[in-house]
Design a protein around this ligand. Sequence first.
Ligand code: SF4
Length: 103
Amino acid sequence: MAIDVKDYLKPHVSLSMAERLNLVRRRFADESHIVVDQEAFKKDADHAVLFICPAQVFKLNEKAGTCIINFEDCLECGSCQVARRYTTWRNPKGGYGVTYRFG
Ligand code: SF4
């Protein structure tokens, strides 16, 4: 579904996460710019990193107990880097990453 920018600014419009992410232009690199220390993640009973990211980049692999990193959805907000529980974040390599339409 194509979303008009003016619709996004209307207060009554509710957008899914996928629709919100589609408002940001992203060019995906072939390798992740985010690394999670999986052993530290497994030891963290709260799995705090799952709740830090506004783009829901981090997901729990319930079967393996590991953290799945959907780095393609990263908005480069820096929240996981500030929290730094067991994530290492660096800028995507040159030419890749996000481009915001609204500043
Ligand atoms: S920089 Fe922001 S959007 Fe990207 S993974 Fe970290 S918390 Fe999520």
